[in-house]
Ligand binder design. Structure first.
Ligand code: 8YV
Length: 315
């Protein structure tokens, strides 16, 4: 029997590619010079898409594949998949929740500590010989015991809060409604009010039409010249122009960012700033988690084609 054909939107680690190639015929879209011609050439056979969180599947891609049945996303975020286009055709969509939650929270907290304690500059201080030549590194600001705001108390936001409770922080959060399980954390419905009571503001929201640019000029102003913004969600949750203005004008203290508009290219204004920590969208980037994500991408595809229930369906 011939193998089922899948459109592979982006590359995966070798262990995932091996398993996918063993079971399916994978069409490597990302290697095609002429994408439209590639889609047209393989459209008749393709029944599934394997994509990544940041790459998704556009309406044009979905509409170019008349026999498409399932889209399997390597990532918890599926904002780059045109869900409406999938829904119209009854196409199933899956993602990789849970397996990456703790890694993303770990990186968010590490970013906060790295920036608050000036660890990048401090490392440079040692390597450059400044320590021996000039003495101790300039004093930095304390992290433990401070006020933290978590914008979006989903799985990742909750794990950020759990970690920061260990740093004796005063924890508050915003979400549509107060969350069971938030214990003594303070519920603040309004993001501006949350920012106003925060030294550190974590963005841990899913990217939707409702959360687009939820961190706007007003939220950034409320966070204040001593505040720090940490984004481990999607760039679209923040008005990036407003963020750059606030960082340049120092009306916002600092920002630690794992995601950017137009990544992997980023606005060059970020590179001129010394009050930012820039990370290459790798919050889920550990071997252990990426293996679990890859296994889920495969399990969802094979469950669909074997007629079994999807392990982690979105649609
Ligand atoms: C991945 C992500 O970096 O889970 C998500 O939504 O954005 C990340 O975990 C990405 O999907 C890997 O390509």
């Amino acid at each position: 029997m011939s193998k089922i054909e899948i459109l592979q939107v982006g590359p995966y680690p070798a262990w995932d590619e091996e398993r996918l190639n063993a079971h399916f015929t994978m069409h490597r879209y990302f290697e095609a010079a002429d994408k439209a011609a590639f889609l047209a050439a393989h459209a008749a056979g393709i029944r599934g898409i394997a994509t990544r969180g940041e790459l998704g599947a556009s309406r044009a891609m979905i509409e170019a594949l008349p026999h498409l049945e399932v889209i399997s996303v390597y990532g918890v975020g599926y904002d780059a998949v045109d869900l409406q286009a999938a829904r119209e055709r009854g196409i199933r969509v899956t993602n990789t929740p849970d397996v990456l939650t703790k890694d993303v929270a770990d990186l968010g907290v590490a970013m906060m500590l790295t920036l608050a304690r000036g660890m990048i500059g401090a490392e440079r201080w040692v390597r450059s010989g400044d320590w021996a030549a000039k003495g101790g590194y300039p004093l930095q600001s304390q992290a433990h015991g401070k006020r933290v705001g978590i914008l979006g108390l989903g799985r990742i936001g909750f794990e950020v809060g759990r970690r920061l409770a260990g740093f004796d922080m005063d924890i508050a959060y915003s979400s549509r409604t107060p969350k069971e399980g938030a214990g003594n954390w303070t519920y603040v419905a309004d993001p501006v009010a949350l920012a106003a009571r925060s030294d550190f503001l974590f963005v841990t929201l899913a990217s939707t039409a409702e959360t687009r640019h939820i961190v706007d000029r007003e939220v950034l102003r409320a966070l204040s010249p001593s505040g720090m913004l940490i984004n481990i969600s999607r760039a679209a949750t923040i008005d990036e122009e407003a963020l750059l203005d606030a960082l340049e004008n120092k009306t916002l203290g600092s920002a630690a960012l794992d995601v950017f508009e137009g990544e992997p290219k980023l606005n060059p204004r970020f590179l001129a700033l010394d009050n930012v920590l820039l990370q290459p969208h790798h919050a889920s980037g550990t071997v252990e988690t990426r293996k679990a994500m890859g296994a889920l991408v495969f399990d969802n595809l094979s469950a669909h084609f074997d007629g079994r229930p999807l392990p982690t369906p979105v649609l």
